[in-house]
Design a protein around this ligand. Structure first.
Ligand SMILES: Nc1ncnc2c1ncn2[C@@H]1O[C@H](COP(=O)(O)OP(=O)(O)OP(=O)(O)O)[C@@H](O)[C@H]1O
Ligand SMILES: [Mg+2]
Length: 228
């Protein structure tokens, strides 16, 4: 069974008298364990599609299932619960909580899930070591470089072993060496833990590492490539 199933989804943004079809009748299925990227020019609908899959936004028409659950038409509360238990997010701007340490940022989602203090502390430390941040657990986000902050964001997204991680331009603010290291890290987590990853990107280095590349243009899927 597909882990993500997007069926005939349209999303129209209306501003004044203008309507922009950010997604126009998009259908796509993503299988468990895939490492997929969404690519396309600025404004082609990548972020809009990720927001739909991540239950951060709702379509005007069509249906979406994630991890076996129909998410279209869910209440706000049920969507929050779905995100907490099924989905990890990595945003371009990291979205770390500035007043919390790296470790506390990573622990936070486990706390929301009710994981006991000792267990979540140990798990956050283990995952921070896995992303190469041993010794930096107590630093605040502003005491870390951009690449290190993005590693914390990745650690936070994967610490709860979600079914799927959605990453919107995760390497956009990183130099190519740091970006490549981060991608290899995510590839490793994909292979080891079987977590499904879906990225949006403009970065050729990210596309090279993806097994499946979905090309969007003007809110439609233009074509896709698959690699061994
Ligand atoms: N909140 C919004 N209100 C109005 N229009 C929006 C909104 N969000 C996106 N759009 C429009 O929807 C279209 C798709 O935007 P989207 O952000 O999905 O593109 P993108 O492929 O992620 O682009 P980029 O590569 O620049 O991040 C664009 O025309 C954009 O202007
Ligand atoms: Mg975008």
């Amino acid at each position: 069974m597909s882990i993500v199933n997007v069926q005939n989804v349209s999303r129209i943004y209306r501003q004044d008298s203008i309507a922009v079809k950010a997604l126009n009748d998009v259908s796509v299925a993503i299988e468990p364990g895939e490492f997929t990227t969404l690519v396309g020019p600025s404004g082609s609908g990548k972020t809009t599609l990720l927001n739909q899959i991540g239950a951060l936004d709702e379509p005007d028409s069509g249906h979406i299932q994630v991890a076996g659950e129909e998410i279209t038409g869910l209440s706000r509360k049920k969507r929050t619960i779905l995100r907490l238990w099924k989905i990890g997010f990595v945003f371009q701007e990291y979205n770390l909580i500035g007043v919390l340490s790296a470790q506390e940022n990573v622990e936070y989602v486990l706390m929301l899930r009710g994981v006991p203090f000792r267990e979540r502390r140990a798990e956050a430390q283990r995952i921070l070591a896995e992303v190469g941040l041993r010794g930096m657990e107590q630093r605040l986000p502003h005491e870390l470089s951009g690449g290190q902050q993005q590693r914390v964001a990745v650690a936070r997204a994967i610490v709860s072993k979600p079914a799927i991680v959605l990453a919107d331009e995760p390497t956009a603010n990183l130099d190519s060496t740091t970006g490549a290291a981060l991608l290899d890290l995510m590839r490793g987590l994909n292979a080891e833990h079987g977590i499904t990853f879906v990225f949006s990107t403009h970065d050729p280095m990210v596309m090279e590492r993806a097994r499946r590349v979905i090309h969007l243009r003007d809110g439609v899927i233009e074509r896709e490539e698959r690699r061994p």
